[in-house]
Design a protein around this ligand. Structure first.
Ligand SMILES: Cc1cc2nc3c(=O)[nH]c(=O)nc-3n(C[C@H](O)[C@H](O)[C@H](O)COP(=O)(O)O)c2cc1C
Length: 465
């Protein structure tokens, strides 16, 4: 039930662009795009926006630094358009009209950019809009409301999953409207359908290139040390089982990053790789994403077979290797998921399970959440999440029929100490000890008792016993 015609094509085709090539946007074109904002509605037609186009690299670097943006496209985009609105006049309006007016102008700019063949993304996730104001010497009446990055896009992002209109529209009241996600990260508060919806919708494109550039969009999903550890270890497990080539199952695959890495590095050695997740939308998304890269014929998506519980649509004892990358963390009780993993594994089959530990540095996050009922913790993109004590994780494994073959600590606390020591040595000009400390920092997983327990993530290799 969607419309057709140029307008509908435009709004359907627009995607946020997160990878830019270096080409500059001509001034006349930029001005045409910004002129779209002047057509947007504003409260009482006041038109109190102001835009600053930042094109000078040195100034852009200053704005990035002071705004604590931490998003690569901010740095890479040839034009960063800072959005300001004079909020003083309507500051007390209960409908927050300054923000609505600015939002309308921003969308107008995004659509105009799409129409002009220019890639764009609005960033509201900068940590300090006050930093943008400071860097640009904004007068006190102008409030920064984020930035629009503009440039020529290098990527073809798949569309994220959109809610159908029946889900967002009711007539003459809010009958049947339910809270979609929980505002609290503690998993016992989340129903499975809320988790499924969260995973389905938070699955937006974060760049295909795993090259360090897009890294900080979601460091835990991309080329982080943990991710490298996971793919390397799984690669070894796959290579060890060559006859017949192993069947691998990736639990709660999300955007398919891990599956993609395994396919790119080990497809010939694979019997089959299954990505399992909770909704059909996630399957559509990964399929579309992979389509632009390669035709992987040893890959398939599996959708949860029962909306009320975790149910993998695979026969008993049909899988050799399961990968589970910080996924049991999303459940208060991981038993149903571990049972399913156990059921589908062949006897002697193995699983690599990463679990966030309760230890450092997340204490801060929990403390803050308890104090302020802070929504979704520090990283809103992760959804419900709990931390496990090593002993309790091992009990869960044992109770569901697994034997722990190896346990390793990732991101151990001494890594932080080594890196602080390295910094100090360099400051003092002690380069040789600084290099030694630096090298220690790159040995990023530990098996000794002291450091493996004082790590923020635990990696378990478990075997079906
Ligand atoms: C208010 C707002 C704030 C946003 N902030 C960010 C951001 O900080 N970083 C980012 O990568 N994307 C940001 N986006 C872009 C959204 O992630 C994106 O619009 C959404 O995932 C849908 O994808 P699409 O724009 O390609 O349709 C923001 C969008 C809006 C409307």
């Amino acid at each position: 039930m969607t419309g057709s015609g140029a307008y509908w094509d435009l709004i359907r085709d627009r995607r946020s662009t997160r990878i830019f090539d270096g080409r500059a946007v001509p001034k006349a074109l930029l001005e045409r795009i910004v002129s779209a904002a002047t057509e947007a509605p504003t409260a009482c037609n006041r038109q109190l926006w102001h835009f600053v186009a930042i094109t000078e690299p040195a100034l852009k670097a200053k704005v990035c630094r002071l705004s604590d943006a931490q998003q690569s496209y901010f740095y890479d985009a040839p034009v960063v358009l800072a959005v300001f609105y004079d909020t003083t006049l309507e500051g007390h309006n209960p409908c927050k009209t300054p923000f609505v007016s600015a939002g309308m102008a921003i969308y107008s700019i995004l659509l105009a950019a799409e129409a002009e063949g220019v890639g764009a993304i609005y960033l509201g996730g900068i940590r300090s809009p006050a930093g943008v104001e400071k860097a640009l010497d904004a007068p006190p009446f102008l409030k920064n409301l984020g930035v629009v990055c503009l440039g020529y896009g290098l990527d073809e992002p798949p569309a994220p999953n959109h809610r159908p209109v029946e889900e967002i529209l009711t007539y003459n009241g809010c009958v049947g409207v339910e809270k979609r996600f929980h505002h609290d990260i503690r998993p016992h508060l989340w129903r499975l359908n809320q988790l499924a919806d969260f995973r389905d919708k938070l699955l937006w494109y974060k760049g295909v290139a795993i090259d360090g550039k897009t890294l900080h969009v979601d460091p835990d999903e991309r080329a982080s040390r943990k991710f490298q550890f996971m793919t390397g270890r799984l690669g070894m497990m796959i290579q060890r089982r060559s006859d017949p080539p192993p069947v691998v199952l990736d639990m709660l695959s999300f955007n398919g990053d891990l599956a993609l890495q395994l396919l790119l590095s080990a497809e010939p050695a694979l019997g089959m790789l299954y990505s399992f997740d909770l909704t059909p939308g996630i399957g559509r998304y990964i399929r579309e994403r992979f389509k632009t890269l390669h035709n992987f014929d040893r890959w398939a998506y599996l959708e949860n077979a029962d909306a009320s519980r975790i149910s993998i649509p695979l026969a008993d004892a049909s899988v050799d290797i399961v990968s589970c990358y910080e996924r049991i963390d999303q459940f208060q009780d991981p038993t149903p998921m571990l049972r399913e993993m156990h059921r589908v594994l062949k006897p002697g089959g193995e699983a690599l399970v990463l679990v966030s530990g309760r230890f450092y540095p997340h204490m801060y996050r929990y403390k803050r959440m308890r104090q302020k009922n802070y929504a979704l913790g520090r990283n809103w993109n992760r959804g419900p999440e709990r931390k496990y004590e090593p002993k309790e994780t091992q009990d869960y494994f044992r109770n569901t029929g697994f034997r722990v073959r190896r346990m390793m600590g990732l991101q151990p606390v001494e890594m932080k100490l080594f890196s602080m020591g390295e910094g100090l040595c360099r400051k003092l000009g002690l380069y040789a000890p600084g290099d030694w400390l630096g090298d220690q920092r790159f040995r990023h997983y530990r098996t000794r008792a002291f450091s493996k327990y004082l790590s923020s993530t635990m990696a378990y290799e478990i075997v079906k016993s």
